[in-house]
Design a binder for this molecule. Structure first.
Ligand SMILES: [Mg+2]
Length: 440
């Protein structure tokens, strides 16, 4: 492709194709938008989502100028929803920014208003077996690798095998343990059986309705675990927690009060994000800071949470919040409410770069999540390779997202067998239509 020969005024979208890859760490759908001038834009559907959410948008954007990002976004935003359902809209939005940047010769962060920083702080998911000392050692290894911000899982998962640590309807915990073995594949991806058949209800029962409670013994164990982690990593480095488990509001109060003395940066998604009043009450009950946002679509959905003043942190995923511009708008709205923005990201380097541009352009940003620092080929999916060095990613200054091209050899190698081959024709979606007007 020759960027210099592009005429942005007459650029048109001509095709949309997909490649589903697995193992980085989850299944992700990479998207290419093709144009009438040879430019290709890269996007991505949210981790463990569905390419169908993007494919159904193809007929709605063919022939459009991708540089009119907001116009395209407003046309398709009605086809996005919570969490993974937003994946199609966000994939298109990101790919349009990539094309727009390439067509005009500017990096995405410049198109979003300029940058506050030339490198982006990252934190990474860290798994560990054993107790708090083991987790502390694993986090310490992250610090030795240069990471300046830490997060760990802390919740009912640590208590599943401890007698007397959890209360639940009899048989429920044994069933949870059984299904846990079914739904995880070795590389940390998600087995489709988790979302089919009998396991569906297990994974889709909300916090207040599981009947799951943490006992005093369970609280003691989680508190000691946190104390042991702090004993290893020290008190100076920021530490957030995630995956408390689907426990009700009252148990969140009990646990987060216990953890106040360990000065966590935030407790993530303790409750379903729609339960705004419970978030407000939880904030009133504990000084442990609260964060949520990775499943929230559109800034209007963030507004009640931010106006409740319950949050210390918003944690949107660019591939769920509405893409690059919408996520920046969420960040700006959070800034007005005195709330910090961190970014959730569990996808490929395409999504990571989209997040890097948003992070660069948003003032109240603190840290970007990485899920694949232990996957050796992850950064090589794009050329030039994406590198996180000493806990930071340099903000690209090349046009668009900063991807010259994808490493097609790796795309092919890690293609998910459940889907058509990478970049197969999608012409069956060319004529999809409905009366999309939402008013009469
Ligand atoms: Mg999370």
């Amino acid at each position: 492709m020759n960027i210099n020969k592009t005429n942005p005024a007459t650029l048109k979208i001509t095709d949309m194709r997909f490649a589903d890859i697995d193992g980085a760490p989850k299944r992700c759908t990479l998207v290419k938008l093709f144009t009438n001038q040879g430019l290709v834009g890269y996007g991505e559907v949210r981790d463990a989502s569905s390419r169908t959410y993007a494919a159904m948008l193809k007929s709605r954007i063919l022939g459009e100028n991708p540089c009119n990002v907001e116009k395209i976004f407003r046309r398709i935003k009605q086809f996005g929803g919570d969490s993974r359902q937003a994946g199609g809209v966000c994939a298109v939005e990101v790919a349009c920014w990539d094309l727009c940047g390439k067509a005009w010769g500017l990096p995405v962060w410049q198109l979003l208003g300029g940058r506050w920083r030339d490198r982006v702080r990252c934190y990474c998911d860290t798994d560990s077996e054993g107790g708090g000392r083991d987790m502390g050692a694993a986090l310490k290894a992250r610090m030795a690798a240069g990471f300046t911000f830490l997060k760990m899982d802390l919740g009912v998962e640590l208590l599943m095998d401890v007698k007397g640590a959890l209360v639940a309807p009899l048989g429920y915990l044994a069933y949870m343990k059984k299904m846990k073995h079914v739904v995880k594949t070795p590389h940390g991806s998600i087995d489709p059986r988790a979302m089919r058949g009998e396991a569906y209800d297990l994974f889709n029962t909300s916090h207040g309705f599981t009947g799951l409670h943490i006992t005093e013994k369970g609280l003691d164990i989680l508190e000691k675990y946190t104390a042991d982690v702090r004993a290893e990593i020290g008190w100076e480095v920021p530490l957030a927690i995630d995956h408390l488990g689907h426990i009700p509001y009252e148990d969140c109060v009990a646990l987060l009060r216990r953890l106040e003395k360990y000065h966590l940066s935030w407790a993530e998604d303790p409750l379903p994000w729609r339960n705004v009043e419970q978030y407000r009450q939880l904030h009133a009950a504990t000084t442990t800071p609260l964060g949520t946002g990775e499943d929230v679509y559109l800034k209007e959905s963030f507004r009640p949470l931010l106006e409740s003043r319950a949050l210390a942190v918003v944690h949107p995923d660019v591939l769920t919040a509405g893409g690059c511009l919408e996520t920046k708008k969420v960040g700006d709205m959070a800034e007005e409410c005195g709330v910090q923005m961190n970014l959730h990201m569990a996808e490929s380097p395409v999504a990571c770069l989209a997040a890097v541009h948003v992070a660069a352009a948003t003032r109240n940003f603190m840290a970007l999540e990485l899920h694949s620092v232990d996957v050796p080929w992850w950064g090589d999916l794009v050329e030039p390779a994406l590198v996180c060095k000493n806990g930071f990613i340099e903000v690209p200054v090349t046009p668009g997202l900063g991807i010259g091209r994808l490493n097609e050899r790796l795309v092919k190698k890690h293609a998910c067998a459940d889907f058509p081959p990478p970049w197969n024709s999608t012409k069956e979606w060319n004529r999809e239509w409905a009366n999309d007007r939402r008013w009469s």
